[in-house]
Write a protein that binds this ligand. Structure first.
Ligand SMILES: Nc1ncnc2c1ncn2[C@@H]1O[C@H](COP(=O)(O)OP(=O)(O)OP(=O)(O)O)[C@@H](O)[C@H]1O
Ligand SMILES: [Mg+2]
Length: 457
C-alpha cells in the first residue's frame, strides 16, 4: 500500500475533528445549513482567511462530506483566466448535483490572483457570486490585498486563527501514539512551539524526523526543525499583536517572532497608526512603543539585558491593550520607512567608504585619517566655495564619480557637475567626472599617452 503523507493521513474527516476553530464553525455551519435546506443565504459566497495550515481547506472538505454536498475543488491555477472561471465555476454555479444537496464550490487560495493580469477573472467571479445557485467558498491567507476589496464586500468573512501550542501538542501526541513512535514530550513541545500555530508545518516536521530516525527526541527536533518563512512570520506576529485577546498572546507573538526586535519595532511604528483610529488609543500605543525603543537601546548599548522583558511587554501587550475605545482598521500592513531609509543610508556609507579609500591611495594616508581630516574639508569646499569651479577641479583631479560628487556637494551637486563639464570641454582632454568607478592611475596614464601620439599624427 502506498504510504500517505501524514498531513493527509491525519486530515480531519469530520467537522468536530477540526480543532480549535469554533468561531469559524459558528459562522460557517448555519450558513451551510441554510443552503442544505434548499434556501439561499443573503451572502452566497464565503471567504475563509487566516494563516497557512490552520484547517481552512480541511474544514470545508469535512463540511461537504457531513452535509452531503458534492465538492468541486479548484486551485488558483485552475481559475486564473476569466474564460476558465466562466466555463468551470460559472457552469457549476447553476448545476444541479447528481447526488446530494448541491455542489459546494471551493476556490482555494484566491489571493494568488494577480491584481492586474487576472482582473478579468475577479470580475467574472463577482458576476457568478451574484447569480450562483450553489454555495461558493474561497480561501486566502491575506484577504486585505487591494485586489480582493470588491470581493470582500459581497462575501461572508470567516476568520481562522492560528492554533495554540497546546492544541497542536495534543494532535502530535495522538499521531505519535497511533504510529507507535517513540516521542519525547519535550520534542513535541518544541515542534509545536516552532510551528507558530501552523498544524501542517508541525505534522510535516514530526514526520520528517520520524522517517529519518524512527524516534523523535528533543535534540533531533532542535537540529532539524528550521525557521519559518519570514513574511508570513511577520504577518502573523503583527496580527497576533493587534488582535490579541490576552496579554500573553501579544507577548508570545513578540518573543516567538523570527524577526529581530528592532525590525519588529519599525513595523509596529509604521503600522499602528493605520490600524488604530482613536487618538487616545494611538497616544497610548506610541507611548508604549517609545518606551520599548528606549529600553531596547539601553539593553543593547549598556548591556542591561534584563530590560528586554519590558521591551516584550511594551511591544506586545503595550500596543495590543493601548486600544481601549476605538476599533481596528483592516488596512494592509506596509513596509516601514525606517528600513527603507536604512537601506539608502547603507548606500551613502558605501559611497563614502569608496571615496575615502580613493583619496587615501592618492595622499598616502590611512582611510581613517582621510575620513576624519580630509573629507570634512572637502565637504566645506564642495558646499561653500563661492566659485563652483574650485570643487569641480578637485573632482576632475581626483577623478571622482558622480555619486561621490553628489555626496560631497549635496544640494550643489548639479552646479559642481556642470562646472566640471565646462572645464573638461575647455581643456579638450579626457578628464571627466565618470559614471562608473575609474580604472586607476595606470589606465589613466596609458590612455593619455595614447591620445597624445594620435594628436601628433
Ligand atoms: N484545525 C485543525 N485541526 C486538525 N488538523 C488540522 C487543523 N488545521 C490543520 N490541520 C492539519 O494540517 C493540514 C493542513 O490543513 P489545511 O489544508 O486545512 O490548512 P489551510 O488552512 O487550508 O492552509 P493553507 O492556507 O496553506 O491552504 C491538514 O491536513 C491537517 O492534517
Ligand atoms: Mg488550504
Amino acid at each position: 500500500m502506498k504510504r500517505l503523507p501524514w498531513v493527509i493521513k491525519y486530515r480531519p474527516k469530520r467537522v468536530d475533528e477540526v480543532i480549535n476553530q469554533d468561531k469559524a464553525k459558528q459562522i460557517l455551519i448555519p450558513w451551510i445549513e441554510t443552503w442544505a435546506k434548499g434556501k439561499k443565504p443573503s451572502k452566497r459566497a464565503a471567504l475563509l482567511y487566516g494563516p497557512p495550515g490552520v484547517g481552512k481547506t480541511s474544514l470545508i472538505e469535512a463540511i461537504a462530506k457531513e452535509y452531503g454536498f458534492e465538492l468541486l475543488e479548484l486551485n488558483a491555477s485552475d481559475y486564473r483566466r476569466d474564460t476558465d472561471i466562466r466555463r468551470i465555476v460559472g457552469s457549476a454555479a447553476t448545476k444541479k448535483p447528481l447526488f446530494g444537496k448541491g455542489i459546494l464550490i471551493l476556490l482555494d487560495e484566491i489571493d494568488g490572483i494577480a491584481p492586474k493580469e487576472d482582473a478579468g477573472g475577479l470580475k467574472a467571479l463577482l458576476e457568478i457570486i451574484g447569480y450562483t445557485e450553489n454555495p461558493i467558498v474561497m480561501t486566502a491567507n491575506d484577504p486585505w490585498k487591494d485586489q480582493l476589496r470588491p470581493l470582500r464586500d459581497v462575501v461572508l468573512l470567516v476568520e481562522f486563527r492560528q492554533l495554540s501550542t497546546t492544541h497542536i501538542l495534543k494532535l502530535l501526541e495522538r499521531i505519535c501514539n497511533t504510529e507507535k513512535l517513540y516521542c519525547e514530550k519535550e520534542a513535541l513541545k518544541y515542534i509545536a512551539e516552532r510551528s507558530m500555530g501552523d498544524v501542517r508545518a508541525a505534522i510535516n516536521d514530526l514526520e520528517a524526523i520520524a522517517e529519518g530516525y524512527r524516534k523523535v527526541t528533543l535534540s533531533l527536533a532542535k537540529a532539524l526543525v528550521k525557521g519559518r518563512d519570514k513574511s508570513i512570520d511577520l504577518w502573523r506576529t503583527l496580527n497576533s499583536i493587534y488582535y490579541a485577546k490576552y496579554a500573553w498572546q501579544a507577548k508570545k507573538a513578540v518573543t516567538n517572532s523570527e524577526e529581530d526586535y528592532e525590525t519588529l519595532l519599525a513595523w509596529l511604528n509604521d503600522n499602528t497608526h493605520k490600524k488604530y483610529k482613536d487618538p487616545e488609543d494611538l497616544y497610548r500605543a506610541y507611548e508604549a512603543l517609545a518606551r520599548a525603543s528606549l529600553f531596547l537601546n539601553r539593553a543593547k548599548f549598556q548591556g542591561h539585558w534584563s530590560l528586554l522583558s519590558y521591551v516584550f511587554d511594551l511591544m506586545g501587550p503595550g500596543v495590543a491593550f493601548a486600544r481601549v475605545k476605538g476599533g481596528i482598521s483592516r488596512e494592509r500592513y506596509s513596509y516601514p520607512e525606517k528600513i527603507k531609509m536604512m537601506a539608502q543610508l547603507r548606500q551613502v556609507r558605501e559611497v563614502r567608504e569608496g571615496l575615502a579609500s580613493k583619496i587615501a591611495d592618492r595622499v598616502q594616508a590611512s582611510r581613517a585619517v582621510v575620513k576624519n581630516e580630509v573629507l570634512p574639508y572637502l565637504y566645506v569646499i564642495f558646499r561653500n566655495s563661492r566659485d563652483p569651479a574650485t570643487p569641480a577641479r578637485i573632482a576632475l583631479g581626483y577623478r571622482l564619480t558622480r555619486e561621490e560628487v553628489k555626496l560631497l556637494a549635496g544640494p550643489r551637486a548639479d552646479e559642481v557637475l556642470k562646472a566640471a563639464e565646462r572645464i573638461r570641454r575647455a581643456r579638450g582632454v579626457d578628464v571627466e567626472v565618470k559614471e562608473e568607478k575609474p580604472k586607476g592611475l595606470d589606465a589613466f596614464l596609458s590612455k593619455r599617452s595614447g591620445r597624445r601620439t594620435r594628436r601628433r599624427t
